[in-house]
Design a protein. Sequence first.
Length: 368
Amino acid sequence: MKIGVVRERVPGERRVALVPDAVAKLIGAGHQLFVERGAGAAAGHPDSAYEKAGATIVADVAALSAAAPQLVVKVRKPSAEEVAALPAGCALIALLTPGANDEILPALKSAKITALALELVPRITRAQSMDVLSSQSGVAGYKAALIGAAALDKFLPMLTTAAGSIAPAKTFVLGAGVAGLQAIATARRLGAVVSAFDVRGAAGEQVRSLGAQFVEPAAKAEGTGGYARAQTDDETAQNAKIIAAHIGGQDLVITTALIPGRKAPILVTDAMLATMRPGSVVVDIAAESGGNVEGVVAGETVVRHGVQLIGAANLPASVPLHASQMFATNVRTLIAHLTADDKSLRIDATDEIAGPMMITSAGEPVKR
């Protein structure tokens, strides 16, 4: 199979879909790799590293298209113009923002492209090693804790000095999924006293295993696939009271709650921010999905009631080397799953992994 790797063009995106090590392994498995010039540069991987791995470097997307790859991989959703430049009839694997990609559907249809959205990798045991959302969420949680620590006006750890003792900062993490757990672990390593809240009661054991306090929800909302389900208005009101009672004494708050395919839930209101100490910090990882905090602006830092509200955007791109390494491992494993015995591409709509990921088949939208 011929596989193409496209350079990312979204401003600020520094990741690459396949790193040289993954390319070498795919070539070792019998595939041909074509990499657009400069695709890995921002992630610390020069063209020479790809050439050493056995890939062919091509000048641009047009040259890549001329090589006629059966599969093209990238990190972020392409523009309609980028889709139009891809080889007709190929397959595309990327983060395609299901439910918010209407602008590229005509181009996908025109080029008869079969598109697989990495966000839709099913949460089943067989697909764990292909789960890009989980690997990248871990990066986001780690970086959120560092950003919060850097913005805070005080130390995170307890310090004992000749000038006296300094108490550790209090950190509160909302949402104990992959991102939240990594934020907890990182804040703990930095010496903070950490507490966490999640509407999934089962998350309590994981939070406590990291040495943090679990703030019990008043109303639990266990969903499927490890996610929380949408709460009723009554459940939301009950849990808001729990959060409001705890948040006022916190120095750093990190919010990570997401519901697949829906706008992020508001967990922290403006009234709650008003109870926090001036100089404290809130980092909202969910800002690009609408945010967990009232008044958050994705990609910007605003000050409300003396509290810095950081609308974190695309945090994995700020750690491009390791984020790309993990992303590439996920993609390489997925490619192996989609490879037939004769090394050709095999995308079966009835397959329990590929089927749920398909948003188009030969350009036609897949109905669910």
